[in-house]
Ligand binder design. Structure first.
Ligand SMILES: [Zn+2]
Length: 141
């Protein structure tokens, strides 16, 4: 049978349930100012941005006060967004602030999948369940 890993994130290359990437769009609006106040180790919230007109899969990284830090890069958001829409939750930790001085600041992050919120998909109809048994029995005739 399929493992949790395969059921929930088949297309995301999570090594041991986590991956490292950097945020994009960090120079828009007041984001550079927000980034100046960030601390390494700080946890950000990943939120779906449903009204993004350029990308239906847009995922924003926000500080706890709701201020925007940046977006998850498009290729990764394409994989994360559908999983998030099905109930998967991820935590996002600031690993490193890059740049500064004359350069714009960047944010390296680590995204971890929250295992306790794993859900299971029926492989026939893709409906989402809280338990593996429910998912396996979904389309069983
Ligand atoms: Zn089904």
């Amino acid at each position: 049978m399929f493992t949790n890993e395969e059921l929930t994130s088949r297309n995301i290359n999570f090594e041991q349930n986590k991956l490292n990437t950097k945020l994009v769009g960090v120079t828009f609006n007041d984001r550079q100012k927000v980034i100046s106040g960030l601390n390494e180790g700080e946890l950000l919230t990943l939120a779906r941005q449903f009204d993004n007109e350029y990308d239906v899969n847009a995922v924003l990284a926000l500080r706890s006060d709701g201020k925007e830090v940046g977006h998850i890069r498009r290729e990764l958001a394409q994989e994360l967004a559908p999983a998030m829409d099905k109930g998967c939750q991820y935590i996002c930790e600031v690993k490193q602030i890059t740049g500064g001085g004359e350069l714009s600041k960047g944010v390296n992050i680590e995204i971890k999948k929250l295992s306790e919120t794993l859900t299971y998909n029926c492989f026939t109809c893709a409906r989402n369940y809280k338990t593996k048994t429910e998912a396996e029995n979904c389309c069983k005739i």
